[in-house]
Design a protein around this ligand. Sequence first.
Ligand SMILES: [Zn+2]
Length: 218
Amino acid sequence: MSEMQHLREQLVSISQQLCHLGLNRGTSGNVSVRVHHEADLAGFLITPSGMPANKMTPADMVWMDFLGNATGEHQPSSEWRFHLDILQQKPHINAVIHTHSLFATTLSTLRRDIPAFHYMIALAGGDSIRCAPYALFGSQQLSDYALGALQDRKACLLANHGMIAVGETLENALNITQEVETLSAQYLQALQVGQPYILTAQEMQEVQEKFKGYGAWK
Ligand SMILES: [Zn+2]
């Protein structure tokens, strides 16, 4: 099986897992993955616009190049701009997941970063998970804000919208998506009672050092 066909099947599988895990509903959310080894092709596959995951087939996935040209039976996701920009500007990243998952999206409406209230924040690459400023969905402005919030990070919230998680592989991006949703739920719960204690920069540095010993968290 070609890499292209394998990745088409993986995109469908991950999109359906996002629904089964309760991280996406209906036609919201979208997923993309870089294609490496096709001769003369530089680009990525992305889920189609307006199609629920349980209806998707591998052939429905849309091919895009880094100029924004799409090839396929369907239109690419309306959020293709930030998928393209992330994959183009972060060469070590190969997969992008965007969801409107319940808790991350709820937190995004407060337009605040998630601080280091739990050590697993380090999974996203730093001492916080930033919230990108609000911009219209599908706009270049939203993509620019997302890139800023994703600097040295593997996840961010999008104000009044949802979240983005990125990874070296689709499975890695899915793990981060799940973790960000869990952290969002925990942070929202804690805020209902008071102000959670925040780990210090030194404590978070120790976590980052320890994570380096676990291949799964890279
Ligand atoms: Zn969205």
